[in-house]
Design a protein around this ligand. Sequence first.
Ligand code: SF4
Length: 372
Amino acid sequence: MVDKSAPRSGTLTARPAMKHLLDTTSADLRQWLAAHGHPGYRAAQIERWVLENRAADFAAMSDLPVELRQQLASEFQIFTSQIVSHRQADDGTEKLLLQLADGGRIECVLLRDGLRRSICISTQVGCAMGCVFCASGLDGVDRNLTTGEIVEQMLRLQHLLPADERLSHIVAMGMGEPLANLDRLLPALHIASDAKGLGISPRRITISTVGLPPAMDRLIELGAKYQLAVSLHAPNDELRSRIVPVNKNIGLGEVLAAAQRYLEASGRRLTYEYVLLAELNDRPEHTRQLAALLKGQTALLNVIPYNPVAGLPYRTPTPAAQRSFREILERAGVNVQFRERKGDQIDAACGQLRRSTPATDTSLVTLESPAS
Ligand code: SF4
């Protein structure tokens, strides 16, 4: 394991209020250009530099007039976060802990699997859903991320790749409940999927949710074509309300019905997520209930053996319990897959790095961008 968060420059520096370029729409950028006497087509050039050519500063934008580059640098920042910690595991997983302009901290992860270059991004600072096994929700939610802060995670992780590699998959499964911040998430995913953005097919973009039916219905209304992964974590309401407290106000039946509506409207594959917790939701009776619940569904059940979090009492199920869980489901005809745990060495599970890095740890890491 490599931890690249060795102290370099002491305390985090206060920055003057600058506009976040990634929170500036193309229309606003064109307006700004016109107000400064530049043609509108420069907006597309600037966006290409940032999204395709991985430019991390305006000075690198060699086909823009020097005066424009200076004007941009005096009013805009491309990145507003700073890297507090950058960890790399032997399996190729890399994790960044970012400190936002207001001091909030979020995590994002790059996973390497064959030719896949997947990233997992956060959508909120903290989380209000309160899943009992999760480090991200322990202190509740501070705020929603802006669209620019969501895109910035994608670009920070893209910069970790060599110039000839591209991001292939995105999952909004980091810190926060993505559907609680839909208005900012969707424009960010549009940039990710747009041919002039990161060019990642919507089929390769997954929104993970505990299941908020009104927001799932909004996705349908808006014609979203992203994959949806719905976290179940329990096969009945009593247990689910203990593990995912927000379930008390929703109910498993509503969640499954909304998921089915999204499946029918979008034509996308539906995935259910199930974090397997030793002796809590991994017993044979849970498995049988789950099999009955998913009977006849075309959905994929993704089982994630729990990744222990310091300070929380939950444990990884034994290999025998995992085997039995899988066998009962397979016998019942459920399409089940166990997800490999990556990045255990680097606190890769959601929220762990943030918790294990004290807020007083203000050591900075400078990101080296291979293509800027
Ligand atoms: S598992 Fe996801 S939804 Fe649940 S508390 Fe953690 S970040 Fe929030």
